[in-house]
Design a protein around this ligand. Structure first.
Ligand code: NAD
Length: 254
């Protein structure tokens, strides 16, 4: 099996023990990586800090990606403490509720811009800050959804936002490939997380996924973590720019 022994990984996006980022953090840690873990704000800290401590995280800090000072501080701390970064996980998304619940063509310019900033451009900002800390290469991962390429009822404006995320992954991968920095999107099937609870009729999405996926199994955060850990490993050194479906085969069905 591959090892991540001695690797340094930044995990952004843990809200609680159901978060996809938590499944990824557990898998990276299990393979030997040292972790830096962030939480959104003081309200989130009591939920995230105990999980980070249980994972033996060496760096724990607040991070709201819309605050450039906080983002800079996280990468400064990583530089000072570790001098390098091997893996970056960006597992965050946001859309204003009213915009998310309406038709795509009705969503406000401000809501669309905010969703794009937090869910997409923040990944590019993080990759840029990670680049100097990855002189010998590294792995940058974000999390997308099937609604990027197909119309999924009630996914609404997050569809175009995730499409932009997947395209950004491809361009960043092309730009950084010669430096050994690899960029991917993980694309899990629906999982019952806090972010997912903001999508209307999410239960329907779960039951359709279980029915239609060839495996008839719902995706777990451990499934996503296993893929993240593999992509972060030296064995995945010649893979980049991919959108990796982790969905029991749902996306191959018509
Ligand atoms: P989650 O609620 O556990 O995680 C979302 C995270 O985004 C939270 O930790 C939250 O604090 C963070 N976040 C939001 N705004 C932020 C900001 N301004 N700065 C920093 N962090 C911010 O839910 P999740 O399902 O684990 O979501 C993680 C990612 O997975 C998201 O990109 C989501 O779109 C994607 N995804 C989820 C599913 C699903 O069904 N749950 C499926 C495919 C993709």
């Amino acid at each position: 099996m591959f090892s991540l022994q001695g690797q340094k990984a930044l995990i952004v996006g843990i809200a609680n023990e159901n978060s996809i980022a938590y499944g990824c953090a557990q898998a990276l840690r299990a393979q030997g990586a040292d972790l830096a873990v962030t939480w959104l704000n003081a309200k989130a800290e009591p939920y995230v800090r105990p999980l980070a401590e249980a994972l033996g995280a060496e760096i724990m800090m607040p991070l709201d990606v819309s605050d450039p000072d906080q983002l800079g501080a996280v990468f400064d701390e990583i530089g000072a403490r570790w001098g390098r970064l091997d893996t970056l996980l960006h597992s965050i998304a946001f859309a204003p509720r009213d915009d998310l619940h309406g038709r795509v063509i009705d969503c406000s310019a401000a809501g669309f811009a905010q969703a794009m900033d937090i869910s997409v451009h923040s990944f590019l900002r993080m990759i840029k800050l990670a680049e100097p800390l990855m002189p010998h290469g590294g792995t940058c991962l974000s999390v997308s959804f099937f609604g990027a390429s197909r119309v999924v009822h009630h996914y609404n404006m997050m569809g175009p936002v995730k499409a932009a995320l997947e395209s950004s992954v491809r361009y960043a991968a092309a730009e950084l490939g010669e430096k050994g920095i690899r960029v991917h999107a993980l694309s899990p099937g629906p999982l019952a997380t806090r972010a997912a609870s903001g999508i209307s009729h999410f239960d329907e999405l779960l039951s359709v996924a279980a029915q239609r996926a060839p495996t008839h199994q719902l995706t777990t955060i451990a499934d996503v973590g296993a893929m993240a850990a593999f992509l972060a490993s030296p064995e995945a050194r010649n893979l980049t720019g991919g959108v990796h479906d982790i969905d029991g085969g749902y996306s191959i069905t018509a």
